[in-house]
Design a protein around this ligand. Structure first.
Ligand code: 5MM
Length: 339
């Protein structure tokens, strides 16, 4: 029974080329993005921002689920309708970020662990009542001199697995997000080997914690060189390295992989997802789609700038990126679509 509920949710989330919209910036992150654009860092402006996202006309054609943060799942639009209800009415499934962010890992300089397990079972029940049917937890792994350590990867993997187990217990689909950051000058090969080692630890932990792999989604980074690296790769090379890394580390029982964008510019994130879907491998057992935040929302934020008269154009920008990523998730994107 539980398996049926989870599988049905997974199917709806990724139905017909759809992907996820990660609009779950914490208050701090949202304020930081607003600060860069001189948008007031207030509850009201975050409400305006989230409202114009969820009311974007036609968004449901491309987006199967939207990940919210605690503030947004409890927030109404200016018309007094809960944001989650607006999404449900459109046929978009609300999801909830349940981690409480990262803290430094004691004795491991430069590394972090993710908090949020305390009281999680009752929080899941509450979020379910508020309309959430899936959830997300993000572990952050940094590459640098001597890091990541085995201890950091193992502990974050255990945390992800215990979150996923509790999430399924609450009949919600866990999105498991182990993110290897792009920050740094490391090579693509280093990103591939760290990501593979991390994913192997994550799936070992998920198995130990008895998580049903067919009722979850993986949200990983693509295999890329660090953003200060001088290496250059084509989208096809990135696609090949990404798929080959996952073939060595992600079980076929996982129904879908939804990528994070991780700071790639919006068009690159789309073009690389498209190349990943076009890449010819012996097998590609998973649906390969997106769960982007910045790569969908950043262009719209830059248009909005906190001004009501810019909202329609900002919504058009969201719809455009969602449509391009929807096309990429079935290998049908081409740069001509950008016009
Ligand atoms: C929206 O950002 C999410 C986390 O926000 P906080 O750090 O403020 O808690 C993040 O987990 C996001 O969902 C994913 O990393 C994907 O975002 P990008 O921008 O990498 O696609």
């Amino acid at each position: 029974m539980r398996n049926e509920v989870l599988s049905k949710t997974v199917k709806l989330l990724l139905d017909a080329g759809k992907g996820l919209l990660a609009m779950d910036e914490s208050i701090n992150t949202c304020n930081k993005r607003f600060r860069d654009l001189n948008i007031p860092e207030t509850y009201e402006y975050r409400q305006k921002y989230r409202e114009f996202i969820v009311t974007t006309p036609g968004l449901e054609q491309y987006i199967g689920g939207a990940i919210l943060c605690d503030e947004t799942i409890r927030q109404d639009t200016s018309a007094g309708i809960p944001m989650a209800e607006v999404l449900i009415k459109k046929g978009i499934i609300p999801g909830i970020k349940v981690d409480n962010g990262t803290v430094p890992m004691a004795s491991f300089p430069g590394e972090s662990i993710t908090e949020g397990l305390d009281g999680l079972a009752s929080r899941f029940e509450n979020y379910r009542q508020l309309g959430a049917r899936f959830a997300k937890w993000r572990a952050v792994i940094r590459i640098g001199p001597g890091i990541p350590s085995a201890a950091c990867m193992r502990f974050n993997a255990q945390l992800l697995a215990q979150y996923a187990a509790q999430c399924q217990e609450a009949r919600m689909v866990p999105v498991v997000e182990p993110e290897v950051l792009m920050d740094g000058d490391h090579s693509l090969e280093t990103c591939a080997s760290v990501t593979r080692d991390l994913l192997l630890q994550v799936f070992e932990a998920l198995y130990e914690h008895r998580v049903d792999l067919s009722g979850m989604l993986l949200k990983p980074n693509m295999i890329l060189p660090g953003n200060n690296s001088t290496q250059l790769f084509t989208d096809e090379e990135i696609a090949g390295n990404t798929i080959n890394c996952f073939l060595e580390s992600v079980p076929a029982a996982v129904p879908g992989i939804v990528f994070l964008s991780g700071g790639q510019d919006a068009q690159s994130a789309t073009a690389r997802l498209n190349a990943i879907n076009l890449y010819q491998a012996k097998i590609k057992p998973w649906r390969l789609s997106f769960s982007y935040s910045r790569a969908i929302l950043q262009p719209a934020l830059g248009i909005w700038k906190g001004e009501d008269q810019n909202i329609q154009k900002a919504q058009a920008a969201i719809l455009h990126r969602a449509a391009c990523n929807h096309a990429a998730s079935t290998g049908q994107y081409h740069p001509g679509l950008e016009n």
